[in-house]
Every structure is written in C-alpha cells, then in structure tokens.
Design a protein around this ligand. Structure first.
Ligand SMILES: [Zn+2]
Length: 293
C-alpha cells in the first residue's frame, strides 16, 4: 500500500529546547518538515507531532499498533500521539506518512522512546459491601467496551481553542495510572485523576466541546463525556447531578453538573479522565501540553 519511501535527509537535529522536550527537525528533499515536539513520551501521556511543507493535504502517524491522524493547523498539520499507560518501556517504531496534493505519498520511519509513567501504588481501597458487585470483571469489561466505543470516535472538527483547564480547584487525591488493590483481592489501574469534592460542588468542563454521553454508568456513576474533536474526550464521573444533554455544545469552564459519590466510589470526589485517539492519558499532563492551534 505504501509507495517507495523517498529518501529523507536529516538536515537539522536538536535545534531548540522547548518545554518538555527537544525539537527534532527532519527535513526532506521535498521540503517537508516533521517535528516531534518531544524527546520521549511517558506511559499514559500524549505528544504533539507537527508537519509542514508545500502542497500537503494530510497525513497519518502509525505507532503502538494504532493510527493517529494529522489535522490542519496554522502553518501545516498536527497529530496527537498518545501512549497507553501499560505500554512497555522501550523504543518503538514510528512511521509518518504524508499525502501531497499531486497524489504523492511519502513516509518517514524512525523510533519513539517510551519512558516510565512513574505510577504509584495506592493504599488499599475498601469498597462498601453494597458496591462489591461493581468489582465483577464482567461489569468492568462491559463498561470498558462502552467507553472504548465512545473514545474511539474521531471528530475532525476541533471544538477547543488554547489549553485545557482543571474541572475544579479542589485538592487532588489520587493520580492517574496508580495501581489500586481492592478489598476483594483484585488490582485495577486508575484511569483518571481524582479531586476531593463534597457532594454538590460544581464541575466545570475542561475545554469546549459537544456532550456525547450524560447518564449513569455502573462504575463511573452519573457520567458526562465531552467530545472535543480530533479524537480528544474528557469524562467527569461519580456526579450527583447532570446539567447537560447529549448533542449540546458546552464552552470551556461551563458547569456541566455537580460532584457526587455515585458508581464505584469510596467517598465523595470527582474522577476526571481524558482520552486521546482511544487512549486514556494523564489529564494533568495533557492540560500542560502545548497544543497546536
Ligand atoms: Zn478516579
């Protein structure tokens, strides 16, 4: 399917430090510039890959047995490369295919380094006996499948501008990716970030987007999911009240519901998730990521 790889010359390397990583500029004979805006990616994080050059109409990144599309931005295109939290720590092949207006297809191949997500193991979780059934693997698998089907949609339109923001200023209680031992003997990974919030505290949406889910789930409890476009979703879980309906457009900072203690929750808190291209990533890391516009 891929045509002969056109020779790509590496003209510049390591030209500038920026935020979390090193800019690596790779210049092709055909004046296409691919910029990996990171030196490496930690497990459960995303990085930005930029693409520019004359007569480009798009492209795709292939890595971690997934495809990550490029979207048009000022001066070119950008893709969000998200690494699953359980991706093993090592170097992985990455290929970037770009499409030109004349039908020509060019591919660059390289490697991307995955580093430790530095996840912690939390003190044991004690779920009350009336919520014990929520630890059943069948309940977990059903909910995972449902969320996966939502998170796997890629809306080409981008609804947000600028950076994502916190859903609350409440103190955080549990980080992303942590290992959790429950009182039934099972071990789970934390798929989001938790904030200590009394029941009934307003929850603000992290970025503008479209509501795609607004109803109870077994584990996430009363749940709101926002599609921000480009395959980016945010999720607000264990709510006590929901103020939005599917299809509704919400703006960054808008209150979409009130915090609660519904679903598989051991006390009042907000659970906040972000998924990129079907991959759950560290929301705290994502809001610090300099996103292309
Ligand atoms: Zn949580």
């Amino acid at each position: 399917m891929r045509r002969e790889i056109k020779k790509i010359l590496i003209a510049l390397a390591l030209v500038a430090l920026l935020g979390s990583g090193v800019l690596l500029h790779i210049r092709a004979q055909s004046a296409i510039i691919i910029t990996l805006n990171f030196e490496f990616l930690r497990q459960g994080t995303a990085g930005v890959i930029s693409l520019s050059g004359a007569d480009l109409v798009g492209g795709v990144v292939n890595a971690f047995e997934r495809s990550y599309p490029f979207f048009p931005v000022t001066g070119g295109f950008a893709a969000l490369l998200a690494v699953p939290m359980d991706q093993r720590i090592r170097d992985y092949p990455i290929s970037i295919t770009v499409y030109r207006a004349d039908g020509e297809t060019l591919t660059w191949e390289g490697t991307v380094k995955v580093a430790s997500g530095e996840f912690i193991r939390e003190p044991a979780f004690s779920l009350p006996s009336d919520k014990f059934h929520l630890l059943d693997m069948s309940v977990q698998e059903n909910e995972d499948a449902r969320l996966n089907s939502i998170y796997s949609v890629v809306t080409p339109e981008r609804f947000w501008e600028g950076q994502f923001s916190l859903p609350t200023n409440a103190p955080t209680t549990s980080p992303f990716g942590s290992v959790r031992d429950f009182n039934d003997g099972s071990t789970r990974r934390h798929t989001g970030y938790d904030f200590r919030m009394a029941v009934g505290t307003p929850v603000k949406v992290s970025a503008s987007g479209r509501v795609v889910y607004a109803r109870p789930l077994d584990i996430h409890g009363s749940n709101v999911i926002i599609d921000h476009g480009w395959g980016v979703f945010s999720n607000y879980a264990h709510l006590s009240q929901i103020f939005v309906v599917p299809g509704q457009i919400v703006l960054q900072g808008e209150v979409i519901g009130l915090s609660g203690n519904t679903g598989r929750s051991t006390g009042p808190h907000l659970h906040w998730e972000i998924a990129v291209n079907g991959v759950l990533i560290n929301p705290m890391d994502f809001i610090r990521l300099k996103l292309p516009i």
